[in-house]
Design a protein. Structure first.
Length: 336
């Protein structure tokens, strides 16, 4: 659902005057459409704000009585579902700035009401937006991966193996190429969430600086040149495919033990196992496929669905526990 807000002006406002105001606020001209877009990538925006303007526009003011008026300049802003508090603030701020210079009336074309509305959207912190978006990215990658899981006739595979035939079953081959992506989805989530938390928490970054108070000149040079940040340097100390390695960073800087999640026992198809066991099995399988070019001949839909399920459950439990421990709102789809 979109929210629109307009500024109705009785006079013509030239393009240069409009652009001077909106460019100062950070809007950029679209290369494709005849409009402008604002987005604060410093974890203030989630969807951004669109801006456009038109001349000599008929505006439907009310139904009863029916009132239609023509305005020489109409300036429009729009935000979409999933918008942040900051996106809505800019939606009103850009019109407020133009109104201060050129006058006019604020109008809601959907409700057909005059005036600004109250911004009662949840005002999420930068950490909540940054880490919440990392979780959304994880869920979207996982959704795409699930679409690619293939049915495999294992009896057919067993027969070909028994006869010594080379395996050319496309469905099996696709599952074997998909499994490393499963691991990448998990690895990327752990790394991205960790990085986003550090980026938005000065206390955590201070810990890194204290730890790295005697950096070699080559690394200091990379930081000063902007080639790398202190967080980039810290990330190099961990492998996020290795739970033990990743957990060193999580416990030190995020005050969160991954093994509290990984040790959870989950039931799937009447069988129960820990998240750690199933995900470790999947990661080891990925190693065989990628580094030894060894196919897994039993990688059918049932097995792939199981890996998908345990990755999904890991993410759900991780987010729920992290929110509870740190009192954060990370389910952006629900909050916004």
């Amino acid at each position: 659902m979109s929210i629109e807000l307009s500024l109705l002006v009785e006079d013509y406002i030239d393009k240069d005057s409009i652009e001077q105001i909106i460019f100062n606020l950070g809007f950029e001209k679209s290369e494709v459409y005849d409009d402008y877009f604002w987005f604060n990538a410093d974890y203030v925006s989630t969807r951004g704000c669109w801006f456009s303007y038109s001349y000599d526009v008929e505006v439907f003011i009310s139904d009863e009585p029916e009132v239609i008026k023509v305005f020489k300049t109409v300036l429009n802003t729009k935000t979409y579902a999933g918008r942040s508090y900051g996106d809505i603030e800019m939606q009103m701020e850009v019109l407020r700035k133009i109104q201060e210079k050129h006058g006019g009336e604020i109008f809601d074309p959907d409700e057909r009401e005059y005036g600004f509305f109250d911004n009662d959207w949840p005002n999420l912190s930068r950490t909540e937006i940054a880490c919440g978006l990392a979780y959304l990215h994880f869920k979207e990658n996982l959704r795409k991966a699930k679409l690619l899981i293939e049915e495999v006739d294992l009896k057919e595979i067993e027969g070909e193996l028994a006869r010594g035939y080379p395996i050319s079953n496309k469905q099996l081959l696709r599952n074997n190429t998909l499994l490393p992506f499963f691991v990448s989805v998990l690895e990327t989530f752990l790394k991205l969430f960790f990085m986003r938390y550090l980026e938005t928490n000065d206390e955590a970054v201070d810990k890194i600086f204290r730890k790295k108070d005697k950096l070699p000149y080559s690394i200091v040079k990379e930081i000063l040149s902007g080639e790398k940040s202190i967080i980039d340097i810290e990330l190099e100390d961990y492998s996020f495919q290795n739970f033990k390695s990743a957990n060193r960073g999580y416990t030190k800087y995020l005050n969160f033990d991954l093994y509290d999640v990984l040790s959870k026992r989950i039931k799937y198809n009447e069988k129960e196992d820990t998240i750690a066991n199933v995900l470790s099995e999947m990661i080891n399988m990925r190693h065989e496929i990628i580094h030894k070019a060894l196919l897994e001949y039993d990688l059918d839909k049932t097995k792939m669905d199981k890996y998908y399920y345990y990755i999904e459950k890991f993410g759900e439990i991780f987010i729920a526990d992290f929110m509870k421990k740190h009192k954060l709102r990370l389910l952006i789809e629900e909050e916004l």
